[in-house]
Design a protein around this ligand. Sequence first.
Ligand SMILES: NC(=O)c1ccc[n+]([C@@H]2O[C@H](COP(=O)([O-])OP(=O)(O)OC[C@H]3O[C@@H](n4cnc5c(N)ncnc54)[C@H](OP(=O)(O)O)[C@@H]3O)[C@@H](O)[C@H]2O)c1
Length: 275
Amino acid sequence: MNKIGFIGAGNLAGSIIKGLNQSNSSYKMYLYDIQKDKADSLALKFNANSCSFREVVSNADILILAVKPQDIIQLLQNLSTISLGEKLIITVAAGISLRAYECLLPKTAIVRAMPNTSSAVLKSMTALVRGQYVTEPQMEVADKIFSCLGKVLWVKDTKMNAVTSVSGSGPAYFYLLTELMAKAGIKLGLTEDEANFLARETLIGVGTMLAEDKRTVKELREAVTSPNGTTYAAISIFREEGLENIVSKALEAAAKRALEMEGEYFGGNVKKGSN
Ligand SMILES: NC(=O)c1ccc[n+]([C@@H]2O[C@H](COP(=O)([O-])OP(=O)(O)OC[C@H]3O[C@@H](n4cnc5c(N)ncnc54)[C@H](OP(=O)(O)O)[C@@H]3O)[C@@H](O)[C@H]2O)c1
């Protein structure tokens, strides 16, 4: 299993190909995009092959469906007319359950992946779900592919809406907090450039600490929160104003939206209880 076909050659496909390239893996890659110039330019950059839809499907052992969720149904309908045999299908579209794929591509090995946008810098947190026809060697291949993009966690499909709300949408929450910290810094007398620089570099430092320090997040926070100090004063306000409740409600909303999206994209195409 060393031939990967990409259907959709946009941002995420580009990140995966970049990650695979950096890991010196020996995969042969085939790309198809309805915007042919996208597939051509990625193929040129990474020594891959830009081909037709049929060629990608017939050449690849592993097919990565890297199109937007709203384009998935049409793509699956096209794929369902082709014999996929032993191929492994990996899908990255948000908000569509494994059951939905297995309904449209019966008896096919399907892995559902939920990376996040830090895939662009090969720091994605990716959750993977194993479909019922996926073999152990196919699982290992999927794991290896997404490990080139960052970290991997295998979960049950029923947890994917929670995963979406934590790590899928997660990068945006940290961007928002960074923006709000910079805005508050400006109110305290910093220039916009100073405040942005301070907030942004603080987040980068925190990410690196979390990656390199073995202590838990709580231990790291407590270590920098001396009683009655400046950090303590700020954290007391976060608590008093109900930050915990806000975060909890926000993540519940994201999970609920992920659930709704499946109905929107698939409508009546999924039989209930088919997985
Ligand atoms: N970017 C990330 O870091 C990230 C993270 C997590 C999950 N994802 C998921 O990854 C998927 C792709 O995201 P992306 O950011 O890479 O999107 P993108 O940059 O828009 O790339 C998708 C490409 O696929 C093309 N396309 C649409 N329908 C097609 C079809 N039937 N056959 C072949 N190509 C087709 C699109 O063309 P048009 O633009 O003309 O439609 C576009 O060029 C999405 O489902 C998203 O939810 C992405």
